[in-house]
Design a protein around this ligand. Structure first.
Ligand code: PRP
Ligand code: URA
Length: 208
């Protein structure tokens, strides 16, 4: 059974509302995506495993913990790149493996154009990053790729999902927890999320 977590953090909700606003320009949009990613990474990584470690403070040895698992950030190009900026700041030792997919606007099916994953998995946990889960096609295809690669634990982190796409995703990958900032109302006739925030890639990269 999939676990779907929708952030209730007031700052996430505040920043998401600014992000949705059509008057928010690209520079501000990128800043907000990065800031929200930091809050969401906090929630999405709460169950990472740690191991005990001892360090020397200037005063005495101190018992502490360090991350036991290797983390892989998997942004779906293009829009997932904005998420990397925030999450990577929190986990600078994470590996970043880009997956290039675009949604064919006629068939609405994801088309793969970039994948440089090495032959064998190099990470224990993959955090798939894409702000928008609309029909769910891109997210499902990316997790399919990672599972074929042999990835162990996979998590999905996004901003906004449409109920239709979320249902498809959780049916296809019930073992993958989903972290979101909002679940919106529906998809429109061109499979855009309503109310959503428009085209996340175009708004980040100023290509609308
Ligand atoms: C957007 C978004 C997701 C996808 C979601 O990417 O970033 O990857 O659409 O739609 P889906 O759930 O119906 O697959 P887009 O194809 O616009 O590419 P871009 O990020 O390069 O603009
Ligand atoms: N991709 C986006 O960027 N926005 C949507 O609403 C749907 C797909």
């Amino acid at each position: 059974m999939s676990q779907v977590y929708v952030s209730q953090h007031p700052l996430v909700q505040h920043k998401l509302t600014l992000l949705r606003d059509k008057h928010t320009d690209s520079k501000k949009f990128r800043e907000l995506v990065k800031e929200i990613a930091i809050f969401m990474a906090y929630e999405a990584t709460a169950d990472l495993q740690v191991e005990p470690v001892t360090v020397e403070t200037p005063v005495a040895p101190a018992q502490g913990f360090r991350l036991k698992e290797n983390i892989g950030l998997v942004p779906i190009l293009r829009a997932g790149l904005g998420f990397v900026a925030g999450v990577w700041e929190m986990m600078p030792s994470a590996e970043v493996w880009h997956i290039g997919l675009f949604r064919d606007e006629k068939t609405l099916r994801p088309v793969e154009y970039y994948n440089k994953l090495p032959v064998r998995p190099t990470v224990d946990v993959c955090l798939v990053l894409d702000p928008m889960l609309a029909t769910g096609g891109s997210a499902i295809a990316t997790v399919d790729i990672l599972k074929k690669w042999g990835a162990g634990r996979i998590k999905f982190m996004g901003l906004i999902a449409a109920p239709e796409g979320l249902e498809r995703f959780t049916a296809a990958h019930p073992d993958v927890p989903v972290y979101l900032a909002a679940i919106d109302d529906h998809l429109n006739e061109t499979a855009y999320i309503v109310p959503g925030l428009g085209d996340a890639g175009d708004r980040q990269f100023g290509t609308a």
